[in-house]
Design a protein around this ligand. Sequence first.
Ligand SMILES: Cc1cc2nc3c(=O)[nH]c(=O)nc-3n(C[C@H](O)[C@H](O)[C@H](O)COP(=O)(O)O)c2cc1C
Length: 434
Amino acid sequence: MTKPPRQIRLNLNLQTAGRHDAAWKTLPDAAGLVTDVDYYVRVARLAEKGKLDGIFFADSLGSLSENSVRRPWRGLDPTVLLSAIAQHTSAIGLVSTVPAIHGSPFVTARQIASLDHVSKGRAAWNIITSQNPPTLDALGKTEALDSETRYRKAGEFVEIVTGLWDSLPQEAIVNDPTRDLYIDESQTRPVEYEGEFYSTNAVLPLTGGHRGRPVLFQAGASARSREFGATWADALFTGQRTKQLAQRFSADVKGLAAQHGRDPEKLLVLPGLWVIVGDTEQAAHARKAELDAQLDADYLLEQLAERLGIAASRLVLDEELPYDELSAPLEDTLVARHREQIIAEARGRLTVRQLLYNNLTGGHRVLIGTPEQIADDIADWVDDGASDGFNINIDRQPDGLESFIDGPVAVLQNRGRFRADYEFETLRENLGVA
Ligand SMILES: Cc1cc2nc3c(=O)[nH]c(=O)nc-3n(C[C@H](O)[C@H](O)[C@H](O)COP(=O)(O)O)c2cc1C
């Protein structure tokens, strides 16, 4: 018997006005957008109409960044916002980004478990380990940790959070009015933890989730990050700009998961993908060109140079990248990976000018085309072991999201590659990582 084709996983990576840096400029008034809960609820309901797996909110814990002064960016605490969205949706997953090296594991355990309860099993925690200057400044920290120390610290954080989620098992809630006994403490599993960075002695005063633990996502780029993700995560959010690099990444992390005794099928790889949909290829390109025309090309050139780790003066607009100057080793793993991905995508194909409009600031692959072309590409990556699906970025919401749902999603549904309806109550079950 032949195996049915793999089901594709699709999240919406919900950004303020959308992934395109100029999207907000085309709105009548974006002044209140960052804090407009009604807008986010509207977009979330639309994503649920398309039966997407989850809504994913990236987040930056920190002071104003370059991004947030140049356009409406992040603002609302994602866990609070998702709790509001939970009340207006019934099936879609809710993925909140919270750091694992700042703050308190106890507070995070309670927050995410609370989101899981108020959403009846739809919460996920996206674990991040960033320590960029706006974060360090805001938190009054002067020094960044080296990679090894950072992941040791994050490992302690996650161990405590997951331990706390298991600390009050359902069976410990004996609920016995005749004995004035609600919780039988002998059945709890207190977390007594004395680590290098964190310590706690606690039982979480609520069960760790509506039906089992919330889902764990993780976002990182380095080899150390892959090891960490393969240990802890159910799904990895990653930037992969070519199929070949994505295949390598997937094989690597799934291999690591197997080494840890895990089922590699239960570690999902979900690269970011920015889609621009049109009825014809020409219409899709025209839509993008219209938005691109409102971008600041000088700024983008600086961004490209930064991502490549060279001076902007070394880049010539209508020529290819100076590849011979791009081979020196780089210390910063994120820049090194950006450089590797940009080179793999651009060599022999794109000039510097073309690269500028290729989602530099978001880092994710751009796919422009008709519903069929986009559906084909998505299925092709999944069939060829490059990913299990995608974290979808939309150029501008809500109209770009409508086109994605009515277009590529509908095509994939018709082909039996994407759900026609939610099958289960919890995100963990719907994602196939139960
Ligand atoms: C696809 C992707 C998404 C990320 N999303 C966020 C985010 O929303 N907020 C954040 O502060 N850091 C984010 N990060 C940063 C990572 O958590 C991490 O700090 C960074 O990749 C550096 O760690 P590494 O060198 O181990 O990869 C993201 C990284 C990747 C690769």
